[in-house]
Design a protein. Sequence first.
Lengths: 328, 160
Amino acid sequence: MVRFRWLSVAALASLGASLVAHAAGTPAGTNIQNTAQVSYSVGSSNLTATSNTSTIQVAERLDAVLTLAATTVQVSPGANGRALVFTLTNTGNGSERFHLTALSAGVVNDDFDPTLATPAIYFDTDNSGDFSGGDVAYNPGVNDPLLAADASVRLLVINNIPNTVVNGNRGRSQLTAAAATGTGTPGTAFPGQGDGGVDAVTGTTGGDSVLFGEYLVADVQLTAVKSQTILDQFGGARPLPGARINYQIVVTPSGSGTATNAAVNDLIPANTTYVANSLQLNGAALSDTADSDAGTFVSAPAAEVRVTLGNLTSASGAQTVQFAVTIN
Amino acid sequence: MNGKTTIAALVMTLMTAGAYAADKACVELKTSGETESEVVENGQKVKRLVPVGKAVPGDQIVWTITATNVCKTPTDNVVIANPVPQHMTYVANSAMGTGTDIAYSLDGKEFKSAAELQVRAADGTTRAARADEYRVIRWTFKAAFAPGATAFVRYRATVQ
């Protein structure tokens, strides 16, 4: 898979990856029971006995985690109906309903306020990963999502972009998901309000999650086309173990404006091995180490080639990245 | 003490032991679950164990098993066994019991010390068992329980 994006976005995306949802744990309402045994002897008699059974009821833990499919979405000035794609996961151990709210005006550290559409939140009903005709609007108190433990739902926050913004401007919009049973500092208890009448207690997330995504104004569009040629060791083009695959990725900027700090990051495919020092940009060799040239090969956490393309305009023309792997 | 009374006393003891063994349990066992909670006593924050009736995944429970000899005769070879409850994971190095040898089991049949307990993989290789794999804990008391004596053993486990 080829991913090309603004370099600053890549840095943000790695933060999102650490928010992996935890398994929910023992279901709310489970009774944990403990009985001990003893054996002993009195004189020549061997005897056994059991203890009382001590029971602990598992309460409902209220936890929610939001993640973003992409932390930054490129938009043009005046664009309407642009979606930030969130996933809400119930990381608690019970079935829980969540209240959703979106906010665009007043989110700090950005250059402009996107305008929330009406309605502002949709379910990705057709599971397309984007805002499309079949998606159903969220109606507070009417169709609040009900999620089983560990279940998740994809949500879209829709904004319109003002005409006045200029290239490079960033505007943030955030989504809040809150457990309907209640939220509060971790450990806040709601007696008898959990699944089946057990107690509910807020977990480490406090029972809610808040996350913002960002719109980046960019008139320039980048397209990437990846192609490959195979050379096997017998002079043919069969994908045999040991065969070499030469990959070529052509990134073409178009439109007006500047794509700042553009970069190509491409994962080395599974079951292949990167050919050392095969990385090239526009025909010039790049070293694998992170140094002054534009290219780097990183082996961990996943093998990947990275090439920084700098600031691109349509005048920059097509940028060609090449590298090679061998089939294991 | 002359020889006659000694014999009489011995007969009495044997009879008592036999009678209790036949119709009355001599060791009473009590299991209780508690959590460690920070409370303020005399203006000082101290950790106390408080009885617990509910928990959430991730909570640590302190299980205490108390054995009492309720007979008028000593009891020997006292061994307490406790399966780690379902939905819980034993906390490494948490088992304690004064005057006991502690052993662990993965299957409830074979008990070994933590250092000796091994897991055998399908390919025949072995490795040291991890604490989260222990399914039963066993405490063997080295000394007999005198009449009326009480002792407790304890360990911690986390709600999965």
